[in-house]
Design a protein around this ligand. Structure first.
Ligand code: NAD
Length: 344
């Protein structure tokens, strides 16, 4: 066995249907007397209900990719209302704003995820300012407690459930060949992919299993270095403003095909987890079965931007199981643009 280092994440996890009812007690346990409740505008009603039950104040301005000007608005409200912690309810956008506040204040965070994004299990924060997205890692960013309540997925639209689930699977796929991977992370990654691949096609009946899988995949994201797939999605999201979960869904089969020659053990685990003949083809077929988008074209990517995306993705070297070569990445992006099924 290859040598490894394993560090367990410090986040306390509470899982189960109905457990959102424990939010007030958990906030109190973390020392919050007046939490700031963070949601997007779409989930404002849920935020108001938590504010009522915790004695907190609701801020419903969270937005994708954590714009710094929104964080500054939320910080002003936090100070004016004398809030002493945050409760973020929602997908990665709400979680991101809670993390941005924690980075600036080191106040405690309770996160209640309602998508499969996985951000709640990481110490990573991506912020946008002036059209550029920068990523930071800091122990202050890691949430203290996460409550996973599958009841909250009832309102998740089918298409977003599919793409958010594929986004989670992407964390696990890259964890399987991560340069700093280890046997525990590989176990979590394979089990996370298995849970999501079997639960997502079940729709509402699969919510418990899918959220369990998303937790495992988020843990992998928080514990292992990501590679080509996440780099490409970061470039496409940051430079071309493509939607986060959809972009992960379209790129994943192609990034997996690219990395297959350099990571046979990871591919074998993916095949076993989804019960397919090949890893990349199996991921493509899963997305198709879920009626998820399969082409960058349908996400609004301009074909004229593929060269620029390949240039940016190849410019700063990073660890990847198959060498990162600009022209090979350009071909990958072409396959993703047209949605061709990978052959391996
Ligand atoms: P999102 O949080 O933007 O959610 C998309 C929309 O769906 C929002 O309007 C949201 O309110 C709504 N929504 C979420 N859950 C719902 C539910 N159960 N019912 C009804 N509506 C619901 O999208 P996302 O894909 O969850 O998160 C994407 C963001 O998270 C991006 O900014 C991405 O960069 C970030 N992210 C960060 C990390 C990290 O570790 N830092 C990891 C993953 C994602």
């Amino acid at each position: 066995m290859i040598p490894f280092i394993y560090v367990a994440l410090p986040t306390r996890v509470i899982f189960g249907r109905g457990r959102i009812s424990e939010a007030a007690a958990e906030a109190k346990r973390l020392g919050m007397k007046r939490p700031l409740i963070i949601t997007t505008r779409q989930q404002e009603d849920s935020g108001q209900r938590i504010a009522a039950s915790t004695g907190g104040f609701a801020f419903a301005g969270a937005a994708m990719h954590t714009p710094v000007n929104v964080t500054e608005d939320a910080m002003a409200v936090l100070k004016a209302e004398r809030c002493d912690g945050t409760i973020a309810l929602g997908g990665g956008s709400s979680t991101g704003l809670g993390k941005a506040i924690a980075l600036r204040t080191d106040l405690p965070q309770l996160v209640i995820p309602t998508s499969y994004a996985g951000s709640e299990m990481t110490n990573i924060l991506g912020e946008t300012q002036g059209g550029a997205k920068t990523t930071k890692r800091d122990a202050k960013i890691q949430p203290e407690t996460v409550i996973y309540d599958p009841d909250l997925l009832e309102t998740l639209p089918d298409r977003f459930a599919a793409t958010s689930g594929m986004n989670a699977i992407a964390h696990a796929v890259e964890g399987l060949y991560a340069v700093d991977g280890n046997p525990i992370i590989s176990l979590m990654a394979e089990e996370g992919i298995r849970a999501l691949a079997s639960a997502l096609p079940e729709g509402k009946a699969g919510h418990d299993e899918a959220l369990y899988g998303a937790w495992l995949c988020g843990t992998v994201l928080g514990s292992a270095a990501m590679a080509l797939h996440h780099k490409l999605c970061h470039v496409l999201g940051g430079t071309f403003d493509l939607p986060h979960a959809e972009t992960h869904t379209v790129i994943l089969p192609h990034a997996t095909a690219y990395n297959a020659p350099g990571s046979p053990e990871a591919m074998a685990r993916i095949v076993r987890a989804i019960g397919s003949v090949s890893a990349a083809g199996g991921l493509y077929d899963l997305a198709k079965r879920l009626n998820a988008p399969l082409t960058l074209k349908e996400l609004g990517m301009p074909e004229s931007g593929l060269d620029k995306a390949a240039d940016i993705a190849a410019v700063n070297p990073y660890s990847n199981p198959t060498p990162v070569e600009r022209n090979a990445i350009r071909n990958l992006l072409d396959d993703a643009f047209h949605g061709r099924r990978p052959q391996n």
